[in-house]
Write a protein that binds this ligand. Structure first.
Ligand SMILES: [Zn+2]
Length: 268
């Protein structure tokens, strides 16, 4: 599926050309607008790639529209680094959970609804990928923008050893919201849009639970230390993202330990 230009009635994607093992085809910058109005919300301007940021600003301009605010789904540079330059181009503030990446903007709190020229965007706190991760719901489009919490393909990385417990909670919460609001599409920050949200979230949850079971099996079979567990659980891991697998294993050990499932003498 072509990602650039894809979306829903109120959301359209401008794909940044920064492909990679962690970013898939690149960062999806989302332009949100209520039909028939001029005010626009931009989500995740992306890395400091001036051509991309200028293209996003130009796309808005060509629609006869104007950026009212920019939102960041989390602090990682492939989403946030371009925010200062984008704010310079548009004059619009950048709101984010993490004060360090705001530009003349404010924080985002769980459950609040941002209004911009008729557009309504609900903030959903979804810590796990990072502790400042949020998803954004466009109820009018039965859509949730998922940042890096759910990707268009594959699975996401958990940041920090304590991230898995909140991440699992975030996934369960998103699954509930999808059911309650009959959400039809997920718009991720990397990869193609997802059109079966409930199945996607079920498979994310199953994947994590089965990985946890595999890590537990490896520990019970005598694997000692993170590297040995990575070898057993991720035998075909791409060397370029082995660090990510190791970080996942550390988070899994910590979570198993929190759940009281690690055998005696093994540390989480
Ligand atoms: Zn990212």
């Amino acid at each position: 599926m072509r990602i650039d230009g894809s979306g829903t009635l109120r959301a359209s994607c401008v794909l940044c050309p920064n492909p990679g093992p962690m970013t898939l085809e690149g960062t999806n910058t989302w332009i949100l607008r209520e039909p028939g109005t001029r005010g626009v919300v931009v989500v995740d301007p992306g890395p400091h790639d001036e051509r991309h940021l200028e293209r996003v600003a130009r796309t808005v301009q060509e629609q006869g529209a104007q950026v009212l605010m920019t939102l960041l789904t989390h602090r990682h540079p492939d989403h946030a680094e371009g925010a200062p330059y984008f704010s310079e181009l548009t004059g619009a503030p950048v709101h984010a959970v993490d004060p360090a990446v705001r530009v003349g903007g404010r924080g985002l709190s769980d459950g609040e609804v941002l209004e911009a020229d008729g557009l309504r965007v609900r903030v959903i706190a979804t810590p796990g990928h990072t502790d400042d991760s949020v998803c954004l719901m466009l109820e009018a489009d039965s859509t949730i923008l998922t940042g890096d919490t759910v990707l268009g393909r594959g699975t996401t990385v958990i940041d920090g050893d304590d991230g898995l417990a909140p991440y699992m909670e975030s996934l369960y919460r998103l699954r509930d919201l999808v059911r309650e609001h009959d959400v039809r599409t997920l718009l991720p920050a990397h990869g193609p849009i997802l059109t079966s949200p409930a199945e996607t979230l079920d498979s994310y949850i199953d994947h994590r639970e089965s990985r946890l079971a595999q890590v537990l099996d490896a520990v019970r079979a005598g694997a000692v230390g993170v590297e040995e567990i990575v070898d057993r659980v991720y035998p075909d891991v791409d060397e370029r993202i082995r660090f990510a697998a190791a970080s996942s294993v550390r988070a899994q050990l910590r979570y198993l330990s929190v759940r009281g499932e690690l055998p005696e003498g093994v540390e989480g």
